[in-house]
Design a protein around this ligand. Sequence first.
Ligand code: BDR
Ligand code: CA
Length: 396
Amino acid sequence: MSSPATTHTNAPVDASSTRTASPASTPASPPPRKLIIDTDPGVDDAFAIALALETMSTEVEVLGLTTVFGNVRRDDATRNARTLVEMCALAGSWRREAGARLPVVDGARAPLAALDEDDRSGAGASTADDSAVLVADFVHGEDGFGGVRGAYETRPEESAVEHRAGREAADFIAEMCAKYPGEVTVLALAPLTNIALTFRRHPECSETMGELVVLGGAFEVNGNVNPAAEANILGDPEAADEVFGAFERTFVVGLDVTTRVRLSGAEIERLETVLRDADAVSPPRRCSNLLRAFLHDATQFYKAYHLRVADFDGIYVHDPTALLLALPHVRDAVFTFRRGAVRVALARDCARGAVFLDARRAWLFRNAWSDRPRVSVAMDVDVDAALRELRARLGV
Ligand code: BDR
Ligand code: CA
């Protein structure tokens, strides 16, 4: 293990649209997108958060992180999100002004079905009982960071995190969307409970939210929890089905695409190399040495999981690939979308959590997809272009 540096409105794309040949990063950059990352960190979440905070300051302005159960319990998700923000602040890269603090806001501790049950007794999403929640410790380690969190956790005198107890993720998202109508992209990297609660409690968000990017689903490939379902969707199928029915400006990327975007074992090893000019390279900016060392160490457990279940030396970079969809200029150059209504199988049988895209729509009779918004689902990717974006920012 490396020793931690202790001092240290785009309209949805039409079905027929295809990638353009232009390079992913163009010189004429649009103004930064305002971004909220809803997350359950998670090793691949950590890559996405580090990339957004440390390497995309000209492309995105992160307004806050909201946390949810998933890879780990919600309390660990919050702790991990805080750890990442503190590390990024130590590395000095995300803070626009001295003393600025980034909101990390607690979200749901359990899926909608359990919360609905709890609501009868008056508990909130943020305080609900999470004793029945299943976590992915066999993928991300017990702490979500491959067992290395303790080595990287800092307690700075002046925290870079604004952690407001009592405020919930859904309310924070709605507040930001109201403050910046049409400008906020929500990047959902975890079960969709917080996002479903946002639309339930604040229906105006279907107007005020700019875009929603979802990492989830397996449309034409097998799932990764079982043949039918991908982890984020199976984490809360009811929430996913509500969200896909709530908001048209949604971009979804699932395992069809993300399992093709892989970092190799050799690239992960290169994260350990100390780059002398890490901060000087622009564009794009690269991740700091501290974060690269952390990502290297946290990834070892995650990598072993891939070797065991997918038989390759390396990792899928699910959540960072979803982050690329939040950058419209990259999204349009790198991904090919199909539009249609998406539904999630909700029966408690072997197909629970499976997703179905209606890309056809010309049915003679009404069905469960009729009258649902047409969202954009990434079905193809220019793998080299996606990896170019990620490798350059990671410095590998
Ligand atoms: C998704 O599940 C989690 O393990 C990852 O963080 C990612 O969001 C992939 O299925
Ligand atoms: Ca995740």
